[in-house]
Design a protein around this ligand. Structure first.
Ligand code: NDP
Length: 255
């Protein structure tokens, strides 16, 4: 099947989507997305938390690979390396993370899963179309300082994100459902090292791909995670009178 999209149209769609991401950033300071500790029963039907994570996050891989199959699958080795990094992150997020979390019996609004699916449909499409159609990296791109700096940030961010998620998950013994104050390591400085790590990771991806969809994805990640980190931070302060007063929300010593 032949799909035609000009770069001009693609660029406008990507920029419009990024503009929506910036509006969402401000909106999320007013309305916290109700999942995890902020979950609510007032957002309509609920679904199992683990299932929610799986369907929300697996969508992006389905869409990305769907576009590649539809348009072009024989890409440069550099493009495949980039897609591999993205895939590695999302295999963890959609399969491994939901199996590891200790949230038995917990639910999330179906509407939240649906919104995340839309987010992933758009991002997966922008990346899939970009790699299948427009990306044109020379093989020696992997020696470019942008690729090297980007991949170092990506790996550092991913390591922080995974380690922080692991520490948070292990705060609960199997079967427990409550919340505790995390201590030590980056938690000494910020409430949400996992969200900090994820922001660094996608900043790295934007730099290593040096691409519009990379930037758009980073803007959306920032827009989702910074307000969420502030909501988590506020929640900790409201629920624990002995919460460390000097800890910041997401960026050490800053915010
Ligand atoms: P949280 O830090 O709220 O939760 C991570 C896990 O740890 C959950 O299972 C949570 O349980 C548990 N947990 C967290 N804090 C505590 C605590 N103090 N005591 C006991 N258990 C705790 O992360 P989010 O749900 O906000 O995000 C999860 C992951 O998804 C992160 O890695 C984040 O970076 C990523 N993400 C990425 C987005 C993007 O746009 N790229 C958007 C949203 C998330 P419970 O669920 O019961 O609260």
């Amino acid at each position: 099947m032949e799909v035609i999209i000009t770069y001009d149209l693609y660029q406008w769609l990507a920029l419009a989507w990024m503009g929506i991401g910036i509006l969402v950033f401000f909106y999320l300071f007013i309305q916290t997305a109700p999942y995890g500790r902020h979950t609510t029963t007032s957002w309509g039907p609920l679904i199992d938390n683990r299932l929610g994570w799986f369907i929300m996050e697996f969508t992006v891989l389905l869409v990305l690979y769907g576009w590649l199959l539809l348009i072009r699958f024989n890409l440069s080795i550099t493009s495949w390396l980039m897609i591999g990094l993205f895939t590695f992150h999302y295999l963890n997020r959609s399969f491994v993370f939901p199996l590891r979390i200790r949230t038995s019996g917990k639910k999330m609004p179906f509407l939240i899963a649906l919104m995340a699916i839309v987010f992933n449909l758009m991002n997966g499409s922008l990346l899939g179309i970009y790699f299948a159609w427009f990306a044109d990296y020379p093989d020696n791109w992997v020696y470019d300082p942008r690729f090297i700096a980007g991949i170092l940030l990506f790996i550092t961010g991913m390591a922080i994100n995974w380690h922080a998620d692991t520490r948070l998950i292990n705060l609960r013994k199997p079967g427990e459902t409550g919340y505790k104050i995390p201590h030590g390591w980056l938690f000494k400085y910020i409430s949400c090292p996992n969200l900090f790590g994820e922001i660094i990771e996608w900043l790295g991806f934007a730099i290593l791909t040096w691409s519009l969809p990379g930037v758009v994805f980073f803007v959306w990640t920032f827009a989702n995670l910074v307000p969420r980190a502030f909501a988590h931070h506020r929640w900790y302060r409201n629920h624990f009178s002995d919460y460390p007063p000097n800890r910041k929300a997401v960026f050490p010593f800053i915010w």
